[in-house]
Design a protein around this ligand. Structure first.
Ligand code: NAI
Length: 338
């Protein structure tokens, strides 16, 4: 299933948030729809023509968000479900997006969220395994490096894990890399589609700037500063929000963008390629089962996992720093379920 392929990484088309190719019954469910990410994400999914039914669930506030979003004049039907109606919310879902859980406060790492979010994600995954085992699952809840293995292990325990259908959403790292590189190079973000690989926290985030024309020539301090900003861009938002949470609006945008890429792939569009954190063979020989690299999305979800391509000497070093940390995070997630 995970054929190694020598094709070069192709960055996603960033020119529009949404594009559509066909309309059919596609129920998309948001778990955590009442939250800082969940609300704007629900609105953006309401605008996506590939979503025909939008199901909004939260232990707090989902019916209100659903009533509000349902007045937007696009074709999809919207339903909101309170805490006790999880099974109804999940039933018949094609795609399930999970931004449920607590966000960071200043001074916290994503790993500090593990104790709270691990059990939330595990319990939601167990319900998905029971009610909607065929759904594609997009994990936003942090720490993604651990919550994705938690979802996979939980599905695996229930005998329904399909590696082509579980995704860690790392799109915000790609969005930030593109925006920040455009700023330093004086170009448009649409010309700066940086493949970001590895995982989704600090040193596990590895931007491959050498693979984009505007990033190739960066060196020395300007290169180091840009890499740091991509790896720790989330901290800028956490600090500016001063205790009120982490990125929500840019994350909702990134989540909707990734969901649209997947929906286009599922609808049969060819050549949809974007980085995402999936069960991957790329570093399996080092005991690392999950890794983000450009992935081709198709009718089955993951169609093809692209290799990293040629790395510069600096990127080799970044990768060296990423791997042990990522391995630790993945093992922590797996151990939690075991
Ligand atoms: P928030 O606290 O504003 O919202 C979380 C929502 O989850 C709340 O409405 C809460 O009621 C709900 N919730 C809690 N337990 C639940 C359960 N068992 N079932 C359903 N809903 C439940 O937090 P925010 O800012 O929306 O962040 C959510 C998560 O997304 C955090 O873990 C955060 O770290 C993560 N995040 C991920 C990013 C990424 O790039 N993947 C970027 C930014 C945040």
């Amino acid at each position: 299933m995970f054929a190694r392929n020598a094709a070069k990484a192709v960055a996603p088309n960033a020119s529009r948030l949404f594009s559509s190719s066909s309309a059919r019954h596609t129920k998309v469910t948001v778990l955590g729809a009442g939250g800082g990410i969940g609300q704007p994400l629900s609105l953006l999914l309401k605008l996506d023509p590939l979503v025909t039914n939008l199901s909004l669930y939260d232990i707090r506030g989902a019916p209100g968000v659903a009533a509000d979003v349902s007045h937007v004049d696009t074709a999809s039907e919207v339903n909101g479900y309170p805490g006790e109606k999880l099974d109804e919310a999940l039933d018949g879902s094609k795609v399930i997006v999970i931004p449920a859980g607590v966000p960071r406060k200043p001074g916290m790492t994503r790993d500090d969220l593990f104790n709270t979010n691990a059990s939330i994600v595990r319990d939601l995954a167990a319900a998905i395994a029971r009610v909607a085992p065929e759904a594609h699952i997009l994990v936003i809840s942090n720490p993604v490096n651990s919550t994705v293995p938690i979802v996979a292990e939980t599905l695996n325990k229930a005998g329904v894990f399909n590696p082509a259908r579980v995704f860690g959403v790392t799109t915000l790292d790609v969005v930030r890399a593109s925006r920040f590189l455009a700023s330093v190079s004086g170009t448009s973000p649409s010309e700066c589609n940086v493949p970001v690989v590895g995982g989704h926290s600090g040193p596990t985030i590895v931007p491959l700037l050498s693979q984009v024309s505007h990033g190739k020539s960066l060196a020395g301090e300007s290169y180091d500063k840009l890499v740091y900003r991509i790896q720790f861009g989330g901290d800028e938002v956490v600090k500016a929000k001063d205790g009120a949470g982490s990125a929500t609006l840019s994350m909702a945008y990134a989540g909707a963008k990734f969901a649209n890429s997947l929906l286009r792939g599922l609808a049969g569009e060819k050549g949809v390629v974007t980085p995402t954190f999936v069960y991957s063979p790329l570093f399996a020989d080092k005991g690392i089962d999950f890794f983000s690299s450009p992935v081709e999305l198709g009718v089955n979800g993951v169609e093809k996992i692209h290799p990293l391509g040629k790395l510069s000497a600096s990127e080799e070093k970044l990768l060296e720093a990423c791997l042990p940390e990522l391995k630790k995070n993945i093992e922590k997630g797996k151990a939690f379920v075991a």
